[in-house]
Design a protein around this ligand. Structure first.
Ligand SMILES: Nc1nc2c(ncn2[C@@H]2O[C@H](COP(=O)(O)OP(=O)(O)O)[C@@H](O)[C@H]2O)c(=O)[nH]1
Ligand SMILES: [Mg+2]
Length: 391
């Protein structure tokens, strides 16, 4: 039986040589291994009929979460299932594939496809993204039972229209039910703006019992409109967009959430559970991702490099796993970041390796949350030219 480490420890080792920097970080958190729960009861094996019955009770639902980069898709999934499975960053990701986050509660298994953000051809060129970027996005939708469009309402330039690729995807899979999730509502002060947005983005199709409350509120606001001053121009911005081709009339439901504060997430969680259909699970109940741990680690490093480095630099870096092993329930891993030049390497490391230390700490703490295990983790850097010389 594996169990318990009750303290938090941080140990840093920094070795500095002319062109190789290494930061090592060890962290552990209070956690319980799933083996503990499994072994604790020592209950006898269930009879065959009981097993069949249990399988019959199983329900599942796959949800493709789509939206522009930085809409908050990964944060939404992580906080909805209360487990950091998807790496997050404040900058546009370069994740090329759809990651799956698997969540099992009671008899229900939800499978979320965290799709790479939709991008324009210009962005694909700019960040040198591969062609597979687009196809992995399509793959996710093809395998889903439902589409959840995550829309960032904090950006006043883009919030009034759904991204054209979102509309195209919804049109391409009309048989799939879709929901609209307005994210980052913490950034909107006026409720009226939110309600107008719902109306615009759904082409004014909020009707029926489910939306009565919202409709009533919208009607009330309509009557208030004239009385209000011009301080908030949002009505006028919105006028032209009614029935626009850039919005969607067939959303089954609309949710308002703040993925970062957790506001509204419970409702979406319960909704997905309710929509799950009888179907045997694709994954065992303790699986939370189908991604290899090595890939998850590299993706987490990529995401945090974006947070800590300026402009385009993180996109030029090539992190790769150097070492991965699990020993006595502790993960030992190291990632090497190949830098295009020595100058960029110095930039990543920062003065006295301070920046590299910060990045390592941050990734380590992300990984502890992801794996639920203590981890000894290092990041090393080397300039690309060096390897050429050596070769
Ligand atoms: N204010 C606010 N920020 C959010 C919210 N959800 C996500 N973010 C931030 O938006 C950025 C992008 O989030 P991420 O989940 O990586 O977006 P993705 O590219 O769509 O997966 C991060 O800096 C998040 O902290 C939210 O509800 N409110
Ligand atoms: Mg993401």
């Amino acid at each position: 039986m594996t169990f318990l480490l009750t303290n938090i420890t941080n140990v840093y080792k920094a070795s500095v040589s002319t062109n190789k920097f290494l930061i090592c970080c060890m962290q552990s958190r209070f956690y319980a291994s799933t083996n503990f729960a499994k072994n604790a009861g020592e209950s006898p094996l269930p009879l065959k009929d009981e097993v069949v019955e249990k399988l019959n009770e199983q329900k599942s639902l796959s949800i493709a979460v789509i939206g522009v980069p930085n809409a908050g898709k990964s944060t939404f999934i992580n906080n909805l299932i209360n487990h950091r499975v998807c790496p997050t960053s404040s900058k546009v990701h370069t994740t090329r594939k759809s990651n799956k986050a698997i969540y099992t509660t009671g008899q229900t298994q939800l499978v979320f496809y965290d799709t790479p953000g939709l991008v324009t051809q210009k962005e694909i060129n700019k960040h040198k993204l591969e062609k597979s970027f687009k196809s992995s996005y399509r793959h996710a939708i093809q395998h889903a039972d439902m589409i959840a469009v995550l829309h960032d309402v904090s950006n006043s330039w883009t919030r009034k229209q759904l991204h054209p690729t979102v509309i195209d995807s919804l049109k391409a899979y009309p048989q799939l039910p879709s929901v609209l999730i307005l994210n980052k509502i913490d950034a909107i002060k006026s409720k009226r703006i939110t309600l107008e947005l719902i109306r615009i983005l759904t082409n004014n199709t909020l009707s029926g019992r489910k939306h009565n409350k919202i409709n009533k509120k919208l009607r009330l606001d309509e009557s208030k409109k004239e009385e209000e001053s011009l301080e908030d121009k949002s009505h006028f911005e919105f006028e032209d967009l009614h029935n626009s081709e850039s919005n969607w009339s067939n959303f089954s439901d609309v949710f308002l959430v703040s993925s970062i504060t957790g506001n509204g997430l419970n409702k979406v969680h319960d909704y997905f559970i309710e929509k799950a259909k009888p179907c045997s699970w694709k994954y065992s109940s303790d699986t939370f991702t189908d991604e290899a741990p090595e890939d998850l680690i590299v993706d987490s490093v990529k995401a945090r490099l974006l947070d800590y480095l300026p402009q385009e630099i993180p996109y030029t870096l090539e992190p790769a796993i150097e070492y991965y092993n699990v020993d006595r329930n502790t993960i030992y891993a190291s990632v090497e970041v190949v830098c295009p030049t020595k100058r960029i390497e110095r930039l990543i490391c920062g003065e006295s390796n301070g920046r590299l230390r910060q990045i390592t700490e941050r990734v380590t703490s992300d990984l502890v949350e992801t794996f639920g295990k203590p981890i000894s983790f290092t990041i090393s850097t080397r300039p690309k030219e060096k390897s050429k010389e050596e070769d």
